[in-house]
Design a protein around this ligand. Structure first.
Ligand code: NAD
Length: 474
């Protein structure tokens, strides 16, 4: 059921052959499910040389032909959706319904990139004399190196691969070692759709070594990373040495602000859905809840009652509505938030690990945690929800903007004036009002402040893989 793992370099699948390996662990059972081989330095060199050879050929394939190939890969993913979803759940932990949704979303992302690649237009600028034509021509930036995390093993690689390919750039991707099977299935779909050798390579290894090797190499012209802020800053520094373009999708600690003119029970129900999806391991998850004091009691009681309904269990069981955390590091992080001496407040639900195997942590609700608690300042990336009251617009905006993050923000209000005032004032790359709707394939995803650089998705996504060459013709 779980796919055979390997490296994909220059159009060939490579297996063990003396390479170092590490086990892939099922987070619901703590049992190993496969061995993953690491790329050697020779493998990385081969992937780089293959990308170099492929670039001049791939950039000349017309966007129309590239789009056909990408759409075929998307169709193959849709055909295999249930099998890939099972792989995803086995290695990452999220419930099957979420995994199926993620594979569908990955196919949509690839299809969007296919079409958007066909719309990479240039422009003409009027000359100062009638005999001059001035043109701005889009060109692919060159071979890209991409690094993807374990929380969305289908959509994150799909977005980076499809956007690079649509723009005419070869790409070498290092997917997360903890969740390799899903990315292998995605790469298989591109391979079977007919992507030429060297245009796409997939490697695994020690993350720091692979990223340092690829980023330092002059063949690579573009870096795309999704993950934590410290690693993102480190990779951006490495990229700066070669003046390489970066797209950085980093962490967040997203405020959800609930005003007194909405139904608190409805807002709580919606926000519980967002907070505990993938056991809270979602960069855009609402993660700090500021509720107007007039409705705080009603909101808290509805939030706790909705969170209490979650059924924690192995993601492959149809009865489970929340799976385990993806790795033991997240469990330790949750323990750390709970043990913080500055935490304060009242734990209304959960607060601890549960079960005697698997990385399970209870859905947790904490009321009135101290503003200086780590939980209120660091990205929780887990199922702990802090709820605090506010009275005043300026006060809540100041709290929302107080952290170095600026990825996503949520507002619940029936007033258009309030909604617009919040979206104007808030320091965030994305704002959703009265819903959790964001990061669709057709909308840009990106953060401000420490949350990142550049965008994925939307028309902005492809732009990250293009140079704009100015040509003046007399
Ligand atoms: P981490 O910071 O060590 O790793 C995050 C991701 O970056 C992993 O996929 C890892 O393989 C990769 N990585 C780490 N060092 C790297 C390097 N030098 N070069 C290239 N890739 C590297 O931590 P973690 O324990 O895996 O995750 C913890 C934190 O990461 C979370 O608290 C969260 O803040 C953040 N995170 C964010 C996202 C996101 O979608 N933005 C996804 C996963 C993790």
């Amino acid at each position: 059921m779980y796919p055979q793992l390997g490296l994909y370099i220059d159009g060939k699948w490579l297996r063990a052959e003396g390479r170092a390996s590490e086990p892939v662990i099922n987070p619901a059972t703590e049992q190993p499910i496969a061995d993953l081989w690491h790329a050697t330095d020779e493998d990385l060199g081969a992937a780089l040389e293959a990308a170099k050879r492929a670039f001049p050929l791939w950039r000349k394939v017309s966007p129309y032909e590239r789009a056909k190939l990408l759409r075929k890969a998307a169709d193959l993913l849709r055909e295999r959706r249930d099998d890939i979803a099972l792989t995803l759940t086995l290695e990452q932990g999220k419930i099957l319904a979420e995994s199926r949704g993620e594979v569908d979303a990955a196919a949509d992302i690839i299809e969007w990139a296919a079409d958007e690649g066909r719309r990479t237009y240039g422009r003409l600028i009027a000359g100062r004399t009638s005999d001059i034509r001035q043109m701005v021509i889009p060109e692919p930036v060159g071979p890209a190196a991409a690094f993807t995390p374990w929380n969305f093993p289908a959509t994150t690689p799909a977005r980076k691969i499809a956007t690079a390919l649509a723009a005419g750039c070869p790409i070498i991707i290092k997917a997360a070692e903890e969740t390799p099977g899903t990315c292998i299935e995605i790469v298989k779909a591109f391979d079977e759709a007919g992507v030429p050798p060297g245009v796409l390579s997939l490697v695994f290894g020690k993350p720091a070594h692979v990223s340092e090797t690829l980023i330092a190499n002059p063949i690579i012209r573009k870096i795309s990373f999704t993950g934590s802020v410290p690693v993102g800053k480190h990779l951006t520094r490495l990229a700066a040495d070669g003046m390489k373009r970066v797209t950085m999708e980093l962490g967040g600690h997203s405020p959800a602000i609930v005003f007194p003119d909405v139904d608190p029970a409805q807002a709580a129900k919606t926000l519980v859905g967002g907070k505990y999806r993938n056991a809270g391991q979602v960069c855009i998850a609402p993660s700090r809840f500021y509720v107007h004091s007039k409705i705080e009691d009603a909101f808290v009681s509805a939030f706790v009652s909705e969170a209490r309904k979650l059924k924690l269990g192995d993601g492959v069981e149809s009865s489970s509505t929340m799976g385990p955390m993806a790795n033991p590091r997240r469990l330790e992080a949750m323990d750390g938030f709970m043990a913080d001496s500055a935490l304060g407040g009242e734990t209304l639900l959960g607060g601890a690990r549960t079960g005697n195997r698997g990385y399970f942590f209870e859905p947790t609700v904490i009321r009135n945690a101290s503003e200086s608690a780590r939980l209120m300042r660091e990205e929780p990336f887990g199922p702990i929800a802090p709820i605090a009251a506010f009275d005043d617009f300026d006060e809540v905006i100041a709290k929302a903007n107080a952290l170095p993050y600026g990825l996503a923000a949520y507002v619940f209000t029936s007033s258009t004036k309030t909604a617009l005032a919040v979206s104007d004032e808030i320091e965030s790359g994305m704002v959703a009002v009265n819903s959790l709707s964001m990061t669709l394939t057709e909308t840009p995803m990106g953060g401000v402040k420490d949350s990142g650089q550049g965008y994925e998705g939307g028309v902005e996504g492809v732009e990250g893989y293009l140079n704009r060459k100015f040509v003046s013709l007399m």
